[in-house]
Write a protein that binds this ligand. Structure first.
Ligand code: NAP
Length: 297
């Protein structure tokens, strides 16, 4: 008799598009409530300076996503010659515009525009990208008004799959201000034991192999190979890499790691759809907070 050995079942692929669609449905209902009970439509102002083609695509997607759920969006397209002062003046106006609940400055800005100064001018209660130093600092102490969209999206995916975070060994690969660092802080606030790796980490695999949950945001295709991942680990791939054949890939060897992990996110279709959804969530939350402060229902 042949003793058949069944292949490992392979990881559950977390469908970020489906989770994002579910959250957007809930958002649409919250927006209807705001409109019907408070006559308030959440409003997002998006500022785009210059003509970076990638930024144009991101802004277009954000504006489209707003329209889909019922957030009112206004796009401010400024020429690449725009000065720091001009951007700050526009932000000051938007800070005091009641119909605008969230302000987003699409990054990167042209080099002559002082990004730090610009971001610091956004009113903290309208800082839906969470890049203002108040929100960055509050991530450390645990009192954020808004969470940065990509790590927030990762947390939502983990929660949606009922993956426990507290007490888990979590390795974050990538230490940028936009993804890696806030990701690590948000996980720490949920009582995970967190290790952050970056480009100068010696022998990355000695860290990744210990991870119960591995979050990868390095922007390096095939950085994470199966032998670097613990059997049964949860693997979240934040990376987005444009490959020579025009396709999009993450940072993880998807097929190889899938055979070993318990959960894995695909690229595309994993974390990506969650990022814009969390921007919508932050904008709706900003409008709800304003309404609650003004006149509790
Ligand atoms: P980034 O600012 O370039 O930061 C990359 C980070 O990865 C840095 O901390 C860098 O280390 C580290 N790194 C680079 N090579 C590494 C290596 N070989 N081993 C270990 N660490 C390495 O990029 P980012 O803005 O954080 O974005 C990271 C990736 O996520 C990109 O592919 C980006 O497109 C993607 N992304 C996706 C979404 C989404 O919605 N899915 C949102 C944002 C970003 P050093 O600090 O030492 O340089």
């Amino acid at each position: 008799m042949v003793n058949a050995v069944s292949p490992p079942p392979g990881a559950k692929v977390i469908d970020g598009r489906a989770v994002a669609a579910k959250i957007r449905l809930e958002l649409a209902s919250r927006i209807r409530n705001l409109v019907e009970r408070h006559q308030v439509t959440p409003g997002l102002a998006v500022i785009l300076v210059g003509d970076n083609p990638a930024s144009e695509v991101y802004v277009r997607n954000k504006v489209l996503a707003c329209a889909q759920v019922g957030v009112h969006s206004t796009k401010y397209r400024l020429p690449s010659t725009t000065t720091t002062e001009h951007v700050i003046d526009l932000i000051a106006t938007l800070n005091s515009t009641p119909s605008i609940h969230g302000i987003l400055v699409q990054l990167p800005l042209p080099v002559h525009v002082d990004m730090r100064l610009v971001l610091e001018c956004i009113a903290v209660q309208k800082d839906v990208d969470a890049f203002h130093l108040y929100n960055v600092g509050a991530l450390v102490t645990g009192g954020t008004i808004f969470s940065p969209c990509t790590p927030y999206g990762v947390m939502k995916l983990l929660d949606h799959e009922h993956i426990p975070v507290a007490g888990q060994n979590i390795v974050v690969v990538g230490a940028s201000n936009i993804v890696g660092k806030p990701m690590a802080l948000m996980l720490m606030q949920r009582d995970a034991t967190v290790c952050i790796c970056h480009a100068k980490t010696r022998d990355l695999a000695q860290f990744t192999i210990l991870a119960d949950i591995l979050v990868v945001a390095a922007g390096r295709p095939n950085l994470i190979l199966p032998q670097m991942v613990k059997t049964g680990a949860v693997v979240i791939d934040v990376g987005i890499n444009r490959m020579p054949d025009g396709s999009i890939a993450g940072d993880v060897d998807f097929e190889g790691v899938r055979a070993k992990a318990s959960y894995i996110t695909p690229v595309p279709g994993g974390v990506g759809p969650m990022t814009v959804t969390m921007l919508l969530e932050n904008t709706v939350a900003a409008a709800e907070r304003l309404v609650a402060g003004r006149a509790p229902a």
